[in-house]
Design a protein around this ligand. Structure first.
Ligand code: NAP
Length: 280
């Protein structure tokens, strides 16, 4: 069994990105820039934003964080995003979710132009992904693909099962695997006989947000098992996979923490660098 070390892989990627970011600085005369919009005072969001700022600084990307009060109006929030859309220092815009309840998330995200949509959530980027015509893919599924590639896990012709169909993980994950020529099945809460479908997977991606839900009897001998889930149980972070039992059957498995999580932020940095490189 090989442990897919997301922490180390993400560190390798950040080192590669630092080199690319230095070239951008030299050729554009400015750093690649990420604008982060944080509205309200959700403590978890504050931690995520600080982590993103730190990661940007480490590779030489300028982060511009806009902290707005919880009572910010829809018009004010949209006006900020529209001004960032025109701002020449900004290559990527990220609106930290969740937003305060009175704000219309979809309407706000629609203000981010596809070229600056480094989260890959826009209809245009999702459409390009669905048509296999490029575009920016969401960071978490992209991170999973990067792990599979870097550990040379074959995808073409393999049977992949994705458990979860959210717009930020499951759905783009299935499309990326399909675009890489896997035979893909997407499962969700209405799926019948989940166990037997999962047990056929050469690549099993668990992204349902239910701690230790994927048990050893749902896993094919020798499968690559990717655990996207993050839940807190008794103060400890746990994934969607029953790691201790499943690792005995899998050929490859991601730990939680230290698997997909660090890859997500590395892919955000990669999307910002790629957006800036288009201007070289
Ligand atoms: P989500 O929006 O809640 O979606 C969960 C998906 O799982 C839904 O499609 C749901 O089906 C499906 N599901 C729920 N219970 C199920 C069951 N019993 N059997 C089969 N399918 C079931 O969650 P998400 O945003 O995709 O996130 C999923 C997990 O990944 C969470 O633990 C989240 O914290 C984690 N996450 C991690 C990262 C990272 O960087 N590592 C990034 C993002 C998310 P329906 O569509 O039918 O409701």
């Amino acid at each position: 069994m090989t442990l897919l070390d997301g922490k180390k892989t993400a560190a390798d990627i950040r080192a590669e990105l630092a080199f690319r970011a230095a070239q951008i600085r030299e050729k554009l005369g400015r750093e690649a820039g990420l604008a982060v919009v944080l509205i309200g005072d959700d403590p978890a969001s504050e931690v995520y934003v600080r982590n993103k700022e730190r990661a940007c600084a480490e590779v030489g990307i300028a982060s511009h964080t806009y902290r707005l009060p919880a009572e910010t109006s829809q018009e004010e929030a949209e006006a900020l995003v529209c001004s960032l859309a025109k701002d020449g220092r900004v290559d990527g815009i990220l609106v930290q979710l969740p937003l305060p309840g009175h704000l219309d998330e979809k309407a706000l995200l629609r203000r981010i132009p596809a070229q600056k949509d480094v989260d890959g959530f826009s209809a245009e980027n999702m459409g390009l992904l669905a048509k296999n015509e490029g575009g920016v893919a969401a960071c978490t599924p992209r991170g999973v693909m990067e792990l599979l590639h870097r550990y040379q896990i074959p995808i073409s012709g393999k049977r992949a099962v994705v458990v979860g169909r959210s717009n930020i993980v499951g759905r783009p994950m299935a499309l990326l695997l399909l675009n890489a020529d896997a035979t893909v099945t997407v499962c969700h809460s209405k799926t019948k006989d989940l166990k037997s479908i999962c047990a056929q997977a050469d690549i099993l991606v668990a992204a349902l947000g239910k701690p230790r839900f994927i048990t050893a009897d749902m896993v094919k001998e020798g499968a690559a098992v990717i655990d996207v889930g993050i839940s807190r149980v008794d103060g400890k972070l746990v994934g969607d996979v029953d790691f201790e039992e499943v690792e005995k059957k899998a050929s490859f498995i991601t730990p939680v923490p230290g698997g997909v999580g660090p890859m997500t932020i590395a892919m955000l940095l990669l999307s910002v660098v790629e957006a800036a490189e288009k201007k070289l």
